[in-house]
Design a binder for this molecule. Structure first.
Ligand code: DMJ
Length: 586
């Protein structure tokens, strides 16, 4: 081809066409840009800037789904595993980070929800556990005691809460057949197939929760919900879980307070919850001793409402100010605050707050650090502020603080004798070995409160002498001299025996069992006593509490087992009423 000057050239623009198109585009874009007004250019800058911001937001790793419209997931403690400590985690969650490892509940097992819909899903049971019955004379004696109590209950109180064995009558508290339900897993573990099937039959046909009566959230949770879940886990019979779901759903209104700290009472039929009639406050131990059961119910059903409600309470209490990790015994459901100047004790109304810190840590596979940390801080607080020694024999005991910590009271409830068992469980789980020394010494003192009474049975409350020159280590006031057939001491013996293998603990338990046989056994069952200080005037109180079958006899049976790991503490945590909850990974 010739140009205007007659020079020959190759029309290279054929091969360079894209380049020249780019140049053309650039030039025309430049021309177009120059034609824009200043306002139009500013608007374009703005649009570009907004687009960049949007891209950064979409591609940020904190939003894996890339969705802008999706609202942030509400914080579901149920399904989250805390690796760094709940505080940090919650803070980071609030800031939009992702500190939790999410572990959704596996949708594999259909369960009816509280409204009867078969649409809930949860973990399947681990399979029925088989028990072959008593293997030695001591266990046989405990089984005979259970059968004796059962016969009396069946004859005179069947379907009612408690047997009155002296008057051959009954007592109702919540009208939920408490003794039958509380004793379910005991009879199953003892291999009592006839008694178990009678109880199961009653639960299936006659246990209904639409009872228009106020019930106490804590008591019904540990005794009824706990036993239904425990029996479900041991038998794999879904009927028990369905009953538990119905009950758990009716208890949920308790959590509808301003703070989320539950009201103490609820009417199971009307589902109206309220504070106790005698006070605006709930007991601290009560609002913090429902967590194992509600969490287990969520894990079994896949319905997170139960676990979410109680985890919120735990976290709330975790964040409240305390005295060296120790808590006052009253808390207001509306304000969510402790009642100032209320007593600090490991006895009534305080006890199982500490127990459930450790057990929740274990139930959740030791993944929630603040349970362990609060427990450790509390035990350090017990050692610093509550532990004293008697005179003349230097027995160790755990006293109380009054008036918000100002006054020390050298008084210990029998209820506090659960503590050695809990301490031993903590040591078994890797917590400081020094706790074992405290456990052993306190257990010894608890044993003395039995052994030094003429009946060989402990009173409800013991006062200790700490002043120099005292002649006796402890004494009992007339109004505190009763024995309700409580389990706490034999519970601790079982933990200590299971974890140490020391047979002395079996012997102590046997001595106490014989005292029950001698003083509490009557024609129609076993009765609590009004006075442990006089063998000739024990003043029977005509009451057999459900926990005698649910807990006391169960712990004695386990304590005397040839296989001390018959119920393994590596597989189960035992609730405050001796019912078994499986340990989960998270
Ligand atoms: C039981 O109902 C439970 O052990 C509870 O935690 C404390 N009181 C009784 C037994 O003493």
């Amino acid at each position: 081809m010739l140009d205007g000057l007659g020079r020959d050239y190759v029309k290279l623009n054929v091969t360079n066409e894209p380049e020249s198109r780019k140049q053309w585009t650039r030039r025309s874009l430049w021309r177009w840009w120059n034609q824009l007004s200043r306002f139009q250019r500013s608007m374009l800058y703005l649009v570009l800037f907004a687009a960049c911001l949007g891209a950064v937001y979409f591609l940020h790793p904190g939003r894996p789904d890339g969705s802008l419209d999706e609202p942030r997931e509400p914080l579901q403690l149920t399904t989250l595993v805390d690796k760094e400590g709940a505080d940090t985690a919650l803070k980071e969650h609030a800031q939009g980070g992702k500190p939790f490892i999410e572990k959704p509940i596996q949708p594999v097992f259909p369960v009816a929800d509280g409204d009867g819909n078969q649409n809930q899903v949860g973990s399947p049971p681990r399979g029925a556990v088989k028990f072959s019955g008593p293997t030695n004379d001591r266990q046989k004696a405990v089984v005979a005691a259970f059968k004796h109590a059962w016969r009396g209950y069946k004859k005179f109180a069947w379907g009612h809460d408690h047997l009155r064995p002296i008057t051959a009558s009954y007592h109702n508290w919540f009208s939920l057949g408490l003794t039958i339900v509380d004793a379910l897993d005991t009879s199953y573990i003892m291999g009592l197939s006839e008694e178990f099937s009678e109880a199961k039959d009653w639960v299936e046909k006659s246990l209904h929760f639409d009872v228009s009566k106020d019930v106490n959230l804590f008591e019904v949770t540990i005794r009824v919900l706990g036993s239904l879940l425990s029996t479900y886990h041991l038998t794999a019979d879904k009927m028990f879980l369905d009953k538990a779901v119905d009950l758990g759903t009716r208890l949920l209104p308790c959590f509808q307070s301003e703070s989320g700290v539950p009201f103490s009472d609820v009417n199971l039929a009307t589902r109206k919850a309220h504070s106790p009639k005698w006070s605006p406050d709930s007991s601290t131990s009560e609002v913090t001793t429902i967590q194992l059961e509600f969490r287990d119910l969520s894990r079994c059903t896949g319905d997170p409402r139960f676990e979410d409600s109680v985890s919120k309470v735990s976290l709330h209490v975790h964040n409240l100010p305390k005295t060296e990790g120790l808590v006052p015994i009253f808390i207001n459901a509306n304000t969510g605050q402790f009642r100032m100047y209320s007593t600090i004790t490991l006895g009534a109304r305080g006890d199982s707050y500490y127990e459930y810190l450790l057990k929740q840590w274990l139930q959740t596979g030791r993944t929630v650090d603040y349970f362990r940390d609060d427990y450790l801080e509390a035990i350090a607080g017990v050692q610093k502020l509550l532990v004293r020694r008697t005179n003349p024999n230097k027995y160790l005991f755990v006293g109380e603080l009054l008036a918000g910590g100002r006054d020390f009271k050298p008084k210990m409830d029998h209820l506090t004798c659960y503590l050695p068992g809990t301490l031993a469980l903590g040591v078994h789980s890797g917590l400081p070995k020094s706790h074992m020394r405290l456990a052993e010494e306190l257990l010894f003192t608890c044993y003395q409160t039995y052994a030094q009474q003429p009946t060989f049975l402990a009173p409800e409350i013991t006062y200790f002498n700490i002043q120099e020159g005292a002649k006796t280590d402890f004494y009992v006031k007339t109004n505190d001299a009763h024995n309700l057939l409580r389990p706490e001491f034999v519970e601790s013996l079982w933990y200590m025996y299971q974890l140490t293998g020391n047979r002395t603990y079996q012997q102590w338990g046997w001595n106490i069992f014989q005292a029950f046989e001698k003083y509490a056994k009557v024609t129609n069952g076993y009765t609590s006593l009004g006075n442990v200080r006089n063998t000739l005037n024990t003043r029977p109180r005509d009451m057999m509490e459900s926990f005698f079958l649910g807990e006391t006899l169960k712990y004695l049976y386990l304590l005397f087992s040839d296989d001390r790991h018959l119920i393994s503490l590596d597989d189960y945590v035992v609730n405050s009423e001796a019912h078994l909850m499986p340990i989960y990974d998270t």
